[in-house]
Ligand binder design. Structure first.
Ligand SMILES: [Zn+2]
Ligand SMILES: [Zn+2]
Length: 269
């Protein structure tokens, strides 16, 4: 599914992408499979006395089996942290293109290297086979054109994209809504659903429901940043020092070796 980017104006190769991840890793914080008690679905801070956070608990009660099979955040996006800032900056229409370029480059590297190293962990944790279809959770404002994150990673991914269209007026919805998005038929598809920021999870889970309604057999969701408030992060003991991001591990890391850190050859998942 992952490939060397084609074209004459070569986007960065794996060695460079990996160097960009190393350059930002010290300011990143991420959930670990063996780490603190976190929501069993989104890996954010859980609710009191519950294995799930309030939102995931609510979603499960409403929609149960039609949600994503697995949700894996690459890192926490603690409010005000460099990662949260980048997730805002890379697609902000209020910033000039030059100010979006560095955050975009960093996020692209982080997502691609994560998918390459830990994609198999994600599929295994969801009990599903490797995906054969990609999808992006539409932006909240329903802006026209290709999603900025898809534009960044598209050249590296070989699987086809499933289009998710927002129902007119439905983009602003904040709750889980099976009709918020619609997809063309995807019989038996195994979808890797990508989102930049998970706040309540309502958008991503509504998108997962739409994909299932379109016939998808499985949906694995990977998000770049699991939003966490500052006080919430402190209460749960989350941060670069206590829960550091590590290239060799992920929220659902199993007992296997991730791709070696020096790997430079293209891979197909
Ligand atoms: Zn949750
Ligand atoms: Zn892993």
């Amino acid at each position: 599914m992952l490939d060397e980017a084609p074209g004459t104006a070569q986007p960065p190769g794996w060695t460079e992408l990996r160097a960009l991840v190393r350059a930002q890793r010290l300011v990143l914080s991420a959930p670990r499979s063996s780490g603190a008690d976190l929501c069993l679905v989104c890996h954010g801070p859980p609710g009191q006395g519950s294995p799930l956070c309030f939102q995931c608990d609510l979603h499960r009660q409403c929609a149960g089996g039609s949600l994503a099979d697995v949700v894996v955040p690459v890192a926490f996006a603690v409010k005000g942290s460099p990662h949260a800032r980048q997730l805002w900056q890379y697609k902000s229409g209020r910033l000039p293109a030059a100010a979006r370029a560095v955050p975009a480059t960093m996020l692209r590297a982080l997502l691609l290297v994560f998918l390459r190293d830990h994609g198999p962990c994600v599929w295994r944790a969801g009990g599903i086979r490797a995906p054969n279809q990609l999808a992006m959770v539409p932006t909240a404002r329903g802006r026209p054109g290709i999603h900025p994150l898809r534009a960044l990673i598209g050249p590296y991914l070989t699987a086809p994209w499933a289009e998710l269209a927002a129902r007119p007026g439905g983009e602003q919805a904040r709750d889980l809504d099976p009709d918020r998005f619609a997809a063309k038929v995807l019989p038996d598809a195994r979808v890797l659903l990508i989102d930049d920021t998970w706040t309540t999870g309502a958008s991503a889970q509504s998108a997962a429901m739409a994909l299932r309604r379109a016939g998808a057999r499985s949906v694995a969701t990977v998000v770049l940043g699991r939003h966490v408030g500052v006080a919430q992060a402190e209460r749960a003991g989350l941060g670069p020092a206590s829960t550091p991001f590590r290239l060799g591990s992920c929220a659902v890391h199993g007992h296997h070796a991730a791709a070696p850190d020096h790997a430079a050859a293209p891979t197909t998942l």
